[in-house]
Design a protein around this ligand. Structure first.
Ligand code: HEC
Length: 110
């Protein structure tokens, strides 16, 4: 029993440490992606321009961390700075939920 409680505390502690926000609303994220991100990253998360990365299947925590870094100026890119500055925490959680939910398959070269 004590070890289960300890495990739960560890899990929650880790969530707090890594800054995991409440799971975003995927459909709300789809709307944001469709309105603000698709030109460069695609609605499906496959990049439309060579300088933009694919976002499909990227982890939710990584997407959130990078979007917050662009918003705060910790990470800079002339295109992303403009996009990220008006995103709320909810927008970030939602759009991260959308792109991380897309299933991808990979094929290694022979
Ligand atoms: C005008 C084009 C453009 C638009 C629109 C745009 N992005 Fe980007 N995004 C980029 C580019 C270019 C980069 C690569 C930045 C770099 O080289 O550091 C990038 C990087 C990112 C990254 C970092 C990915 C990684 O692998 O580190 C995330 C996350 C991201 N964009 C999310 C979004 C989201 C979410 C939206 C919509 C709200 C959006 N972007 C809209 C061009 C765009």
């Amino acid at each position: 029993m004590a070890s289960i409680i300890k495990l739960l505390f560890t899990a929650f502690g880790l969530a707090a440490l890594t800054g995991v926000a409440a799971a975003g609303d995927m459909q709300a994220g789809r709307q944001i992606a469709s309105a603000q991100c698709r030109t460069c990253h695609g609605l499906d998360g496959i990049a439309q321009i060579p300088v933009a990365p694919h976002l499909a299947g990227e982890s939710e925590i990584y997407l959130q961390t990078q979007l917050k870094a662009f918003r705060s100026g910790k990470r800079t890119n002339e295109m992303m700075d403009v996009v990220a500055k008006d995103l709320t925490d909810d927008d970030i959680a939602n759009v991260a939920a959308w792109y991380s939910s897309i299933n991808i398959t990979v094929e290694m070269p022979e």
